[in-house]
Design a protein around this ligand. Sequence first.
Ligand SMILES: [Zn+2]
Ligand SMILES: [Zn+2]
Length: 325
Amino acid sequence: MRAAVINNERIEIKEYEKPALANSGKGAIIKVLGSGLCGSDIIKYLHKQNGIVLGHEVVGEITEIDTETNFKQGDIIVMGHHIPCGECVFCKGKSYSMCKQFKQTNIRPGGFSEYIFASELHLQNTTHKIPKNLSLTDASFMEPLGCCIRAAERADLPENSKVAVIGLGTIGLLMGQALKAFGHEVIGIDLIKDRLDLAEKFGFNEAKNAVEDGSVDAVFLTAGANATVNSAQKYVRNGGTILIFSSIADDNIGFSNNAIYYRELKVLSTYSATPDTLKKALKLLEDKIVRVDGLTTEYNLEDLQKAIEDTLSNKIMKAYIRIGE
Ligand SMILES: [Zn+2]
Ligand SMILES: [Zn+2]
């Protein structure tokens, strides 16, 4: 089978051994129909993590199965890739992404390949049948939206909080809609006009280039730009919350110790989803409470390299790599 592998500055399509149930343990073989391209995939590509097959926002068809679950051959599913153990010190503290099992569980070899193996644990925790009214591309947003729901939960804001989302890429647009679903008033911030228009179309209360200093209860950072760290500190009111959901290029640019101290700011972060937030995400997509229409551009597996380049140059919002039929 074919799979897309990182090789320095290139993505190469290589022949891979097709996963087999016989030597993988309980689980399922899934014919990948498509995978969304995630910002975290692009970071791994830029960091030249050679030899890995990226892709974890997977939709596919179960072609072989050996589990105690209700899934069967022929089911069209969407799945996520990490499962927390629920019992370690990290899970008990709700830092699921730090759990050792969470980090170790993954789909093999990765979503940008023709077939993957999904363990029974994946089928039990992070796999769902795609509801009839959802297209494959729309369903592929389960994982990124699940990450946003987790961020909204962890920030634990009182209802009706005024929240600014800085960065209206795909994650920012999902984050804002997730925050709306939690009952908050959401202002989208970006410099790109098309993205502000999208935010308005998706029901943000407002979308603009900036807000007044100290005018919002919380700021969610979804743009990986150095300048946004400073903006977040300015926009948030005293005693407010800043949630970080992005890495930035220059890690020496930080939050001001004294601003956090004297203004009693709460600064926290999240990354990744949990089995519970994946389930909630799929429901919000199914009920069309969160909209993703018009966000994706489709590419073939051979064009993954181009999909990455187009994403990096802001030519497209979100790439979906179509693989099988
Ligand atoms: Zn993702
Ligand atoms: Zn754990």
